[in-house]
Write a protein that binds this ligand. Structure first.
Ligand code: TXA
Ligand code: MG
Length: 317
């Protein structure tokens, strides 16, 4: 069983040492908990794929402490530098060309000539990256295809027997995974919506930023976060529900929801809703119900990311 540790410096030091020995450590970020391993070690990266049961063609996000470390692994075009300066540290992942001399394991990038990099804003993640002195490959710390973890309890329940340490940083403030922005082509494309919105990116880049629509080819996904059935609870999910049908559990949103229902945000606040999303879906994902019915969430700001995850959760599998 994993050692669950508090974020004291000496404890984070133990976790950093374990990472340098090729072991796995789950740690909090502002988005969701990550399942971290040394991104330069094929062995550590293989252990991440094994722990998640993740198809190995799915590339992982590499976490680094700052822009300078990112520049060791990826080519940062002027455009990339502009967004990095505006949004890092923060809930944004950039897909960039891999540098020729990039030391990241080819397994982590699934043999692609690009690499997904992010500088997390969470203090514990930052401290861990500094102390380990390594780039950390870290997908969300959940079994492949299931809901992402937003608390140490979630990680212990899902992967407690597969990691050395779980660093307990409490609940994640953002609650949905980072925005993934590809800067590989002329036009910037959002492969996965998140807290950094298309509007915010296009304002900084001074050009339109498209959200990639449609579903990836499951046999060769460029961004598996875009596979239709992803982030799924065990129960079926019904969207745009006005009320619960018999046997359904209701996940409410806003002041119109019944008082006895779990509510993503009684005041209709999208930030609060994102932070509650995965925890509440987990709470309702109980075999005593037949399905989870979810009330509509507006498609603005963070609502785009929330609806993206809800649509995937509802996709038939
Ligand atoms: O918020 C997050 O991003 C969390 C925390 C732990 O940082 N991490 C996370 O990682 O969600 P993961 O591995 O579950 O999601 C990685 C996403 C997937 O959608 C993957 O397809 C995409 O990034 N990705 C990674 N490398 C890529 C690449 N070279 N090209 C295109 N997409 C890539
Ligand atoms: Mg994930």
């Amino acid at each position: 069983m994993a050692r669950r540790i508090q974020p004291a410096l000496s404890e984070i030091g133990d976790a950093a040492r374990a990472l340098r020995q090729g072991k796995l450590v789950a740690f909090p970020t502002e988005t969701v908990y990550g399942l971290g391993g040394d991104a330069t070690s094929d062995r550590a990266v293989a252990a991440i794929f094994a722990a998640k049961g993740r198809p190995s063609f799915n590339p992982l996000i590499v976490h680094v402490a700052n822009i300078a470390s990112a520049a060791q692994y990826a080519e940062l075009s002027p455009k990339a530098q502009t967004v990095a300066r505006a949004f890092w540290p923060g809930p944004l992942t950039l897909v960039l060309p891999r540098r020729r001399d990039c030391k990241i394991s080819l397994l982590a990038t699934a043999g692609l000539d690009s690499v997904a990099i992010r500088v997390p804003a969470h203090k514990i993640a930052q401290t861990l990256l500094m102390m380990a002195g390594l780039p950390l490959a870290a997908p969300s710390a959940n079994p492949s295809g299931r809901l992402s973890p937003t608390s140490a309890d979630h990680v212990m329940a899902d992967l407690g027997d597969k990691v050395e340490f779980v660093i307990d940083g409490g609940a994640c403030s953002v609650g949905v995974e980072s925005t993934v922005l590809s800067l590989l082509e002329d036009r910037p494309r959002i492969l996965r919506p998140g807290a950094v919105t298309a509007e915010a990116l296009s304002e900084v880049l001074k050009e339109p930023v498209q959200i990639e629509q449609g579903v990836e080819d499951a046999a060769a996904p460029r961004s598996p976060g875009r596979l239709l059935s992803h982030y799924a609870p065990t129960l079926p999910v019904r969207l745009d529900a006005a009320a619960a049908e018999p046997g359904e559990a209701l996940l409410g949103f806003g002041p119109a929801a019944p008082k006895d229902a779990l509510n993503l945000s009684p005041t209709g606040d999208l930030q609060e809703a994102a932070a509650n999303l995965f925890t509440m879906l987990r709470q309702l994902d109980d075999p005593k119900h037949l399905a989870i019915a979810v009330m509509p969430v507006p498609e603005t700001g963070l609502g785009v990311a929330i609806n993206d995850r809800l649509h995937r959760a509802a996709a038939s599998r």
